[in-house]
Design a protein around this ligand. Structure first.
Ligand code: FEO
Length: 175
């Protein structure tokens, strides 16, 4: 496959794995803080990031290219409060969106139609990713320091993670 596109896809694998690591670290932070619903949500999201990395990994191989894995940096491990963690997650998603857009531009410049088509899934996925993280931020900002509100949102996040896991399992079963 085109060398420039292959290098950029490999960099994107590293970014998705970095996102996996960040969300897993957030899951561990919430778990240690007794917010098991937030932890489950973050853990589920970490798994989604791993799936994104593997989609890219499989695509490079399908195109008879070469996957080159790179080092991951240490993720942040502590946040001031739940909303700070979600704000970091949103910043991370916005960086991923910018990287995906740059990849789409590169595929277009290089006239790599297969990669261009493949990347459309990621373009759509990023709209959803930014929206769900921003939804959580809005709710957390409304709750502020109101403990019962945080307790209820933790339960809601647990239910959301469980339903997403169930959906992912049934999709995997259909495949
Ligand atoms: Fe794979 Fe959340 O971007």
């Amino acid at each position: 496959m085109n060398d420039k596109v292959q290098a950029a896809l490999n960099t994107q694998i590293n970014m998705e794995l970095g996102a996996f690591y960040t969300y897993l670290s957030m899951a561990a932070y919430f778990e240690a803080d007794g917010l098991k619903g937030f932890s489950a949500w973050m853990r589920h999201h970490a798994e989604e990031e791993m799936m994104h990395a593997m989609k890219l990994y499989d695509f490079i191989h399908a195109r008879r290219g070469r996957v080159t894995l790179k080092a991951l940096g240490d993720p942040k491990t502590v946040w001031e409060n739940p909303v700070a963690a979600f704000e970091d997650a949103l910043k991370h998603e916005q960086k991923v969106t910018a990287a995906i857009n740059a990849l789409v531009d590169l595929a277009r410049e290089e006239r790599d139609h297969a990669t261009h088509s493949f990347l459309q899934w990621f373009v759509d996925e990023q709209v959803e990713e930014e929206e769900i993280v921003d939804d959580a931020i809005q709710k957390l900002r409304r709750i502020g320091d109101f403990g019962p509100g945080l307790y209820l949102l933790d339960r809601e996040m647990a239910a959301s993670a469980a339903s997403s896991e169930g959906q992912a399992e049934s999709e995997a079963g259909e495949g």
